[in-house]
Design a protein around this ligand. Structure first.
Ligand code: 8LE
Length: 473
């Protein structure tokens, strides 16, 4: 069926006719039951391969009393213990540098990438040549669903170093035979240069994090360029929530006049675009189950939750021979629906994208609050100036929630009464939306630092407060 095998072996010169909606029509529109049968076959192959090649998996599964031959259904597969990021880090400490889950000989590693965080022991991603080709194929196939076609220019406005987001887009864009423009981001002064280049080159598509897209628009305006002059038609967003949060998506679409498409799983899961929106829907992300098998699971038992319910994604590579991830726990939060997705592909989908992380949730006076809920509320206000911060603190015995919001220039210039109105309106909307009273502080436009990559907007200083209390006693 359209070259589906493990290990993958794709025809690298295949390109659909540009008028074709689907890259692999059979695989994308097949009966879900038949697809699940084929996925099970792939899972058994990947598991047998990993069991034979990687002490990491052999030891883990032996300990759990599981052997690849035991997996006769997708329900059986739910019993396979999940892999955590901590286990991967420990495996790389044991067997430096790639970890004992590298399933190809070290001298066949073709690309080396790594976690882009700045703290903790970094984790290395190693990818073989065949895998890199299959990643390009998978991303080209998914970018086809975004409406990108051979010859279109794809501007990559994201970090080109450890962050594999940018490289994954480049691989897909090159496989597509698009005009790749690997511009990058993050260097001093680079954003203003990006604005000038975008005006000049007028790419059909751009890739960025949602935070960076907002920052780029502000910088462009400082350069007296309206982001609509870039002529961008498709904006691919990944890396953080935003592309599926209506307030953010609408704002980006309005600023750029482009269609925003949310995508992204995790760097470890490259081809990381296996959950992605497309040009034919505004509804979150479609799960390309024949590339990476997605399960949305109960975060405690890691058994699948029924469609229509919330859970955490657990991912399994079906096309990776180097460092295949088999039931990698993401820690993200989402809700899934059975297919067919609104675009006609018979995949399940995430109508609201990935909207938070289990560990991002904080409790204020016994209410569970997600930073993305706050973001959706404040960024949806027309008076919002473009940035905010959430500060959780403790005054006496009570947790306090502070939300600092930048006002738009118009509101700020209008003076005290307009600022007081914004403060009151934001407090009311927050109370209604998250069920918690928040103290709102209105700031001047451009007060808060802008993210060049992924935004960090929450400051929890309750621990600081607790340690100060301890020092005093
Ligand atoms: C909501 C997927 C990629 C390469 O863009 C990325 O950011 O990978 P990375 O650095 O391993 O970070 C993965 C985490 O970023 C996810 O677990 C999730 O918390 C967040 N993330 C990535 N894409 C999205 C996202 N959160 N929507 C997204 N589209």
């Amino acid at each position: 069926m359209e070259d589906w095998s493990f290990p993958p072996a794709y025809n690298s010169s295949y390109l659909p006719d540009p008028s074709q909606r689907f890259w692999y029509p059979k695989r994308e529109t097949m009966d879900p039951g038949a697809r699940e049968k084929a996925i099970l076959e792939r899972i058994r192959e990947v598991m047998a391969y990993a069991y034979a090649k990687a002490p990491f998996y052999k030891n883990k599964w032996d300990e759990a009393g599981i052997h690849p031959s035991h997996i006769r259904s997708l329900e059986d597969f739910e019993k396979v213990p999940v892999v955590t990021k901590q286990e991967l880090r420990a495996a790389q400490e044991r067997a430096e540098p790639f970890g004992d889950y590298l399933c190809i000989p070290e001298n066949e590693v073709h690309r080396v990438h790594g976690t882009s965080g700045t703290t903790g022991r970094p984790v290395i991603f190693s990818i073989g040549k065949n895998d890199w080709d299959a990643i390009g194929n998978a991303h080209a196939r998914i970018m086809w669903s975004f409406g990108i076609r051979p010859g279109d220019m794809v501007f990559i406005g994201a970090l080109f170093s450890l962050y594999i987001g940018s490289w994954g887009i480049l691989a897909g864009s090159e496989r597509m035979r698009a005009k790749s423009f690997p511009f990058g981001a993050g260097a001093a002064g680079q954003t203003a240069i990006a604005a000038r280049w975008l005006k000049l080159a007028k790419p059909k598509a751009i890739y960025n994090t949602p935070s960076y897209a907002l920052h780029l628009a502000e910088v462009a305006r400082e350069e007296k360029i309206d982001p609509r002059e870039f002529g961008i038609k498709i904006m691919m967003c990944s890396g953080e929530p935003g592309g599926s949060i209506p307030a953010i998506r609408n704002k980006l679409e309005e600023i750029y006049g482009a269609k925003v498409i949310d995508c992204g799983t995790m760097a470890e899961m490259t081809p990381w675009m296996s959950s992605a929106g497309n040009s034919e829907t505004d509804l979150g992300m479609v799960l390309w189950q024949d590339i990476v098998y997605h399960e949305v699971c109960d975060p405690k038992t890691f058994m699948r939750v029924p469609y229509g319910s919330q859970g955490t994604p657990v991912y399994t590579h079906l096309e990776r021979t180097s460092q295949p991830m088999i039931r990698l726990a993401s820690g993200d939060l989402t809700m899934w629906e059975s297919g067919p997705a609104p675009c006609g592909r018979t995949y399940p989908y995430l109508p609201k994208g990935l909207y938070g992380r289990i560990d991002d949730m904080f409790q204020i006076r016994a209410e569970n609050v997600y930073p993305s809920d706050i973001e959706a509320i404040v960024a949806g206000m027309p008076e919002y100036g473009g940035e905010h911060r959430v500060i959780i603190t403790r005054a006496g015995q009570m947790d306090e929630l502070f939300v600092q919001i930048e006002a738009s220039p118009g509101i700020y210039q209008a003076g005290d009464a307009a600022i007081a109105d914004l403060r009151a309106k934001a407090a009311t909307l927050l109370q209604r939306g998250i069920g918690v009273r928040a103290k709102v502080e209105v700031l001047a436009p451009n007060t808060l630092e802008r993210a060049q990559h992924k935004a960090r907007r929450v400051i929890d200083d309750r621990n600081l407060f607790a340690s100060l209390q301890q020092d005093r006693t």
